[in-house]
Design a binder for this molecule. Structure first.
Ligand SMILES: Cc1cc2nc3c(=O)[nH]c(=O)nc-3n(C[C@H](O)[C@H](O)[C@H](O)COP(=O)(O)OP(=O)(O)OC[C@H]3O[C@@H](n4cnc5c(N)ncnc54)[C@H](O)[C@@H]3O)c2cc1C
Ligand code: FES
Length: 328
């Protein structure tokens, strides 16, 4: 049985029932992956032709991904097919691992945002913009995005305290310096594309600034010269944070423009008033050829995706891991 790999134009021979990610790896096709468990989305690819199955054994059923999009680690090949690999020159492979870490600092950034710094017992590689699952106790685990780079030796997170939030309540009232935290990851597909040389649109809602800072820092560390347009949206002036970091990044990267957009009550001298999506539409006509990184609450990410598409950014060049709420 054959898999034709686009855009590499390679034909791979596989056994019927082979796992797609394993088959691609065995044939040394460049393919991003991390969790191998269908959780992180890193191994997303598209089936252009032929039917594939989801799951293994008795649970197996035809994969019903939107527009042919499947997770290679969860996909099994039962007939000849054509697979499109996204951006083979931007592949990242950081196998997910579980590492013990210790709380170094937990401090206030705003009235409801904490900055949490952890020291991992062993180094964990990740790409700018990715996230990990933090497990504080067996009952308190949630995903959070790194604000720094993997060379820092420390993990930095910005965590907004949600009213009646189970895990953020624990972080606010019980977590202290010296406590142990289990870190699993890295996860996520909204990481910095280092080969892209065109303009970048970065949109951060609230603590979505954390992964965007990581992306900005990563771009600068890589020596990327791309024009970068950051839109940082918050509800009110007291939600703004990180301005000294952004000023520093602007000094390091003259192509960075920063727009702080406050829904209401902003200072017109330094801030814009309204929604980030309106600010983007006011500032830009055609964004074709741009890449977009969208981070923060799901409604903001969904609205920014619509604007980015309307302004001409290709769907596959919009990178987003929205902060969806977990069930348990
Ligand atoms: C990929 C990913 C990355 C993430 N990265 C970050 C990050 O860097 N920083 C960060 O602060 N959060 C981040 N989150 C969100 C985080 O994982 C938790 O969902 C959040 O901290 C709330 O957890 P909780 O247990 O306190 O609230 P829960 O007990 O799960 O929820 C309590 C109530 O609050 C509501 N709720 C939950 N989150 C929000 C919200 N953001 N706004 C309004 N209402 C809400 C819930 O619907 C529920 O009604 C990320 C989520 C994902 C999926
Ligand atoms: S590696 Fe497939 S979803 Fe994480």
């Amino acid at each position: 049985m054959d898999i034709l790999v686009q855009p590499l134009n390679r034909v791979i021979r596989v056994q019927p029932g082979a796992n797609l990610l394993k088959a691609l790896q065995d044939a040394q096709v460049p393919m991003s992956y991390s969790c191998m468990a269908g959780r992180c989305g890193t191994c997303r690819c598209r089936v252009l032709d032929g039917e594939v199955m989801e799951g293994s054994g008795e649970q197996q059923r035809p994969f019903d991904g939107e527009q042919g999009v499947v997770l290679a680690c969860q996909t099994y090949v039962t007939e000849s097919c054509t697979i499109e690999i996204p951006e083979p020159d931007e592949v990242v492979v950081h196998p997910a691992r579980i590492v013990k870490a210790t709380v170094v600092t937990i401090e206030d950034l705003t009235h409801d945002i904490k900055r949490l710094v952890l020291r991992p017992a062993k180094p964990v590689e990740f790409s700018p913009g990715q996230y990990v699952q933090l497990q504080f106790t067996p009952e308190h685990a949630r995903p959070y995005s790194m604000a720094g780079l993997c060379g820092d030796g420390l993990f930095e997170f910005h965590i907004r305290l949600v009213p009646d939030g189970r895990v953020t309540g624990y972080i606010a009232h019980e977590l202290k310096a010296g406590d142990s935290v289990k870190v699993s990851g890295p996860l996520g597909s909204a990481y910095l594309r280092r080969k892209h040389e065109g303009p970048m649109l970065c949109v951060a809602g609230g603590t979505g600034l954390a992964p965007i800072l990581s992306i900005l820092r990563g771009a600068i560390a890589q020596g990327m010269k791309n024009p970068i347009h950051l839109y940082f949206g918050v509800r009110s002036p007291r939600d703004v944070y990180g301005i000294p970091w952004l000023e520093q990044l602007k000094r390091e990267h003259p192509g960075l423009t920063v727009n702080v957009v406050v829904t209401s009550g902003g200072n017109p001298a330094t801030q814009r008033c309204g929604l980030v999506t309106d600010a983007i539409e006011q500032d830009h006509g055609d964004l074709s050829g741009w890449r977009a990184y969208l981070c923060g609450s799901p409604p903001m990410v969904e609205a920014a995706t619509v604007v980015a598409r309307r302004r001409g950014i290709a769907a596959e060049h919009i990178y987003a891991d929205a902060f969806y709420t977990q069930g348990t």
